[in-house]
Design a protein around this ligand. Structure first.
Ligand code: CMP
Length: 136
């Protein structure tokens, strides 16, 4: 069914000049772009985005990374787009992600893994409301 998902090209993606490579994959796949913005986030915003991970041992490092520079936030739309985009992004750890996926092709880290993509339709709705509160 038609749905939306929230994607972040993380600060490592911007630093490594991989924005057009990553955006291009979603465009060539045929997904719609409903929102797109270059943003910097602070600790408070990172805590809201990653509310489920606040207690994780890796969270302090993750927060420092996510606030370390500009990132690109976008909303993609299409049929079954949450699952489709998770597939295109690949496994969390770049060392385990399958070649052909974004992380499998460009990432070698568990933390600096280039992309975030919402993991469920409910998660996507929550994250879209946080990042793009004015989007219809
Ligand atoms: P993301 O899909 O944004 O969701 C949570 C993020 O935490 C994940 O991508 C990684 O950037 C990071 N992460 C998850 N597991 C680990 C880990 N074991 N060590 C470091 N960072 C992690």
């Amino acid at each position: 069914s038609a749905e939306r998902t929230l994607v972040l090209i993380k600060p490592d993606g911007v630093r490594r000049r991989l924005v057009s490579e990553i955006l291009g994959r979603f465009e060539r796949k045929g997904l719609g772009i409903d929102a797109l913005a270059l943003r910097r986030i602070d600790d408070r915003f990172a805590d809201q985005h990653y509310a489920d991970h606040l207690a994780a041992p890796f969270y302090p490092g993750l927060r420092a990374f996510m606030t370390s520079g500009p990132l690109v936030a976008l909303v993609l739309s299409g049929d079954d787009v949450v699952r489709m985009v998770r597939g295109m992004v690949g496994a969390t750890d770049g060392r385990r992600a399958v070649p052909g996926t974004i992380r499998g092709d460009f990432a070698t880290s568990g933390r600096e893994n280039l992309v975030h993509a919402a993991d469920s339709a409910d998660g996507a709705r929550r994250e879209i409301a946080l990042w793009f509160p004015d989007l219809d």
